[in-house]
Design a protein around this ligand. Structure first.
Ligand code: HEC
Length: 154
């Protein structure tokens, strides 16, 4: 269908306002948002994991209530990055390896490990069990490293 000159002008106005997005551009934007989403989730997760590490190292007090609150945030954040790994998002402003999309099961298994360990972390901090807190934190950080080694560049 041909657009009349008047309609064309509106299309340009809406395009400029970002309200009407051609399909190819919409796909680019979706990919870009997905990458931003997962990276933001990881960044926040690392912030809270670092707080837990500081607690384990004695730079912050091991207070069952406060430490449990931090552990809960990690458990919640551990749900978030994965929805950002959409098809096509192996390209762009990302350090993710293409293998994620080729070897999906192993990637998901690491994500599941992280979620399980972060929940254990909540349980042991609630119980005020410093020894198990430290041990679980080590396990969880090993999962971060293992997944990064397999699926993140450098
Ligand atoms: C299932 C795999 C997996 C697990 C588990 C995992 N990560 Fe990652 N992480 C990735 C991938 C893949 C990237 C690269 C994302 C990108 O650049 O698009 C990443 C990126 C990051 C980044 C960089 C964010 C940025 O600025 O781009 C941080 C920080 C990070 N992860 C922290 C953690 C921490 C802390 C844990 C454990 C508590 C963890 N990750 C667990 C796969 C994982």
């Amino acid at each position: 269908m041909m657009l009349r000159a008047f309609d064309k002008r509106w299309v340009l106005v809406l395009l400029a306002a970002g309200m009407l997005i051609p399909p190819a551009l919409a796909q680019d934007r979706r990919t870009e948002q997905a990458i931003k989403h997962r990276r933001a989730a990881f960044t926040l997760m690392a912030t809270y994991v670092n707080r837990l590490v500081q607690t384990a190292e004695g730079q912050r007090p091991f207070d069952a209530r406060l430490t449990t609150a931090d552990a809960r945030v990690v458990a919640q954040l551990s749900q978030l990055p994965w929805e950002g790994f959409i098809e096509g998002s192996e390209r762009g402003d990302t350090r993710a390896r293409e293998d994620i999309w080729l070897d999906d099961d192993k990637f998901k298994a690491y994500a599941a490990d992280l979620q399980r360990q972060s929940l254990t972390l909540v349980t042991v901090t609630e119980a005020g069990d410093l020894k198990r807190f430290k041990a679980t934190l080590v396990e969880m950080r090993n999962t971060c490293s293992a997944c990064h080694k397999a699926y993140r560049k450098d």
